[in-house]
Design a binder for this molecule. Structure first.
Ligand code: SF4
Length: 366
């Protein structure tokens, strides 16, 4: 597959700079901080097997980005930009709509493969113990912590069937639980177990993927239980970055690397065939990132990386990107480095703040 660096560079740069969209103005949280609205762009490339998830971009004020989207056309410094690919705006429900709080999403909605993934989000409390500075959930500890939406697995599956039709689970290709942290391993594992049972009851086939992001599961016993519940055998851990972990995340999530290594060793001992680390590119220096991944590979503690680009959704978050990570080449170097190390990129089409799909397709072992 050919790779068009001009196209890649612009798509990566869009994520770095944000986009100006008439009518999508900034808004403010209770502390008066400036927040940027979400804009989702569907990028269809003819040479990829699946449409990727629409990318999430911050809609920034005029003057903050060279990119704008007007009447379904992309502009760069005021000139129409033709990247030779199809770009479409993905519909976004109004901010206060119940859809944001319904506990599930089809992230590929609006693309040619809308049921490629179902994400369950049973915990929306605004009190996530992760306390990540980069959190941009509208309903987060930073933005809107006052309301709570909690769903049992049975309630969620019922909602999905009544909203989407009773046979929806025949079409869904994989189910993932991606939600706030629970702060307790046992509560989290109970939810995974109940969800697995509920899915079996509605006929979601055993051969289809069922997984979760499992930062809450840290003990060896927990790892063994989880390994019997998910399929394939994958432990997905939100590493995020290597440097400044305890400054940029709360104490529950921002544990130091020595503790992270102990957790990953336990996961390996429990028999997980794949250790997948979710990584937020753009916070670390490249040097720190290379060192960190080299160490993990030496210790056999990483098989794949869920690769996201650090994207700001507030004025404050904008300042946290590493000074060298404003250049799209930073991401190309990082993905090339991972590829040379033999680390796969996990489902490169599925990250709504990932790097351009084509760069990941080209540079990783799929
Ligand atoms: S763990 Fe996720 S939901 Fe929780 S604060 Fe961090 S980014 Fe937000």
């Amino acid at each position: 597959m050919g790779i068009d660096f001009d196209q890649i560079s612009h798509i990566q740069n869009l994520q770095l700079q944000g986009i100006i969209v008439p009518g999508l103005d900034p808004f403010y949280d209770a502390k008066g901080r400036t927040l940027f609205r979400l804009f989702r762009l569907i990028i269809s490339t003819p040479d990829t097997p699946f449409d990727p998830v629409p990318i999430k971009l911050p809609a920034v004020p005029a003057g903050m980005s060279p990119y704008s989207f007007i009447s379904d056309e992309l502009f760069y410094n005021g000139e129409k930009l033709d990247l030779g690919i199809q770009l479409r705006r993905a519909p976004i429900p109004p901010e206060e709509s119940k859809l944001h709080y319904r506990g599930y999403t089809f992230p590929f909605g609006g693309t040619n493969n809308p049921y490629r993934e179902l994400r369950l989000n049973p915990r929306i409390t605004g009190c996530c113990p992760g306390r990540c500075f980069f959190c941009h959930r509208v309903h987060s500890h930073r933005v809107k912590p006052e309301e709570k939406y909690l769903f049992t697995p049975a309630e969620l599956i019922n909602h999905i069937q009544s909203d989407e039709g009773r046979d929806i689970f025949e079409d869904v290709q994989r189910v993932l639980i991606i939600t706030e942290l629970f702060g307790r391993e046992d509560y989290f594992l109970d939810t995974i177990c109940e969800t697995s049972q509920e899915l079996a009851q509605v006929g979601y086939p055993e051969e289809k993927e069922f997984g979760c992001i499992a930062q809450d599961v840290r003990s060896n016993q927990g790892h063994r239980i989880l390994n019997n519940l998910v399929r394939p055998s994958r432990y997905s851990f939100s590493l995020e970055f290597f440097e400044n972990r305890n400054k940029l995340m709360g104490p529950y999530k921002g544990i130091l690397m020595d503790e992270v290594l102990t957790i990953l060793e336990s996961a390996r001992q429990a028999g997980f065939e794949e250790i997948q680390l979710n990584y937020l590119a753009g916070i670390d220096s490249l040097e720190a990132s290379f060192q960190g991944f080299n160490r993990l590979v030496d210790l056999n503690l990483v098989d794949s990386v869920g690769f996201s680009t650090y994207t700001f959704f507030s004025e404050e978050q904008r300042s946290y990107r590493h000074e060298t990570a404003w250049d799209p080449k930073y991401y190309l170097e990082l993905v090339t480095f991972l590829s040379d190390l033999g680390v796969r990129v996990y489902h490169p089409e599925a990250f709504d703040m990932g790097s351009p799909y084509t760069i990941l397709m080209e540079k990783t072992l799929l």
